[in-house]
Write a protein of this length. Structure first.
Length: 310
């Protein structure tokens, strides 16, 4: 049994925001994969809960009228993996969600919870970063939107004000259209392990009949800095570069593997040393980017028909 002081089940996202304002000591309960563990450990900070699980207005994935993709904060990782919109337009996010825990955890863990705990290792974070994701935050006073990149403040710290909850993650059209993407998680075990390093890449091509130049390039890592992070300087250097043949791609990706290290700050820990993490960072930059470019080439050819995938 859990030792709870107060428990409130919200009837809607707005009701949850009102409850958080009325009961400022309350924490959010969604999938429970983090909160219930802390309760079982006797953490009294989680003894007052507002339950937002199974709220219809936070539990759906849909395309908005402007073409952006809306993901409710209470959508589970399993739902992300299997949803047709994700599979068609943003499969890189399905790759990230599919690497989180095991099936039982993915069936309960929510995408919003995975972001709001602020972990530098969050598996959904780097795919969403390269998709230019925005987060919609709701309070009793109203709604505000910010880039996911600005949502992370430090290890375990996010830009949620008192009384706020995450309502939706939104992928804008230019975040996914005609893009190719890929995600790889490196961990010490083959499954059900925290990432040692995670890497996502998304890119868009232009030029010629098959796309021989990078029009847009985004790369993000987990467990490589105090927060999940885009490599902005490396990205700028990649835009406009030629990928006309295999040799030019290999040369470019070798340069990229050096540039990303300048944007990151991996640390020593009991799970992996800094030098080992740097080696994995370089290796993943080449491997993930190569696959993303191949997918972008396919998206370039069919983009006018399908809108592209990432």
């Amino acid at each position: 049994m859990f030792d709870l002081n107060t428990y409130h089940r919200a009837s809607s996202a707005q009701d949850a925001a009102v409850l958080l304002e009325q009961y400022p000591d309350c924490k959010i309960l969604a999938g429970g994969t983090d909160v219930l563990i802390k309760l079982r450990e006797g953490d009294k900070c989680f003894a007052n809960l507002v339950d937002i699980s199974r709220l219809p207005d936070l539990s759906d994935i849909k395309m908005r009228d402007d073409g952006s993709i809306e993901i409710g904060a209470c959508v589970t990782c399993s739902q992300v993996i299997n949803h047709p919109l994700v599979q068609q337009y943003i499969p890189v996010l399905a790759e990230g969600a599919g690497s989180l825990g095991g099936p039982q955890v993915r069936n309960a863990a929510t995408i919003g919870g995975n972001l709001c705990n602020g972990a530098p290792s969050a598996d959904n974070s780097s795919p969403l970063l390269v998709l230019n994701a925005q987060v919609e935050l709701l309070s009793a006073e109203g709604k505000r939107t910010m880039p996911l990149e600005e949502f992370y403040l430090g290890p375990g710290k996010v830009a949620l004000n008192p009384g706020e909850l995450m309502a939706h993650i939104v992928i804008p059209v230019d975040g996914y259209q005609n893009m190719g993407g890929h995600f790889i998680k490196y961990a010490m075990r083959g499954a059900m392990d925290i990432a040692t390093i995670g890497c996502s890449v998304a890119c868009r091509l232009e030029g010629g009949s098959a796309g021989n130049k990078l029009a847009d390039f985004r790369i993000a890592y987990t467990v490589s800095a105090p927060t999940p992070k885009r490599c902005r300087n490396a990205e700028l250097a990649m835009v406009g570069q030629s990928i006309a043949d295999a040799a030019s791609i290999d040369r470019l990706l070798e340069k990229l593997s050096q540039m990303v290290l300048d944007d990151l700050n991996p640390r020593d820990s009991w799970r992996a040393g800094k030098e080992f993490r740097q080696h994995i960072i370089r290796t993943l930059s080449r491997k993930v980017s190569k696959q993303a470019i191949e997918r972008a080439q396919s998206a370039f050819l069919v983009g006018a028909i399908s809108g592209g995938t990432v």
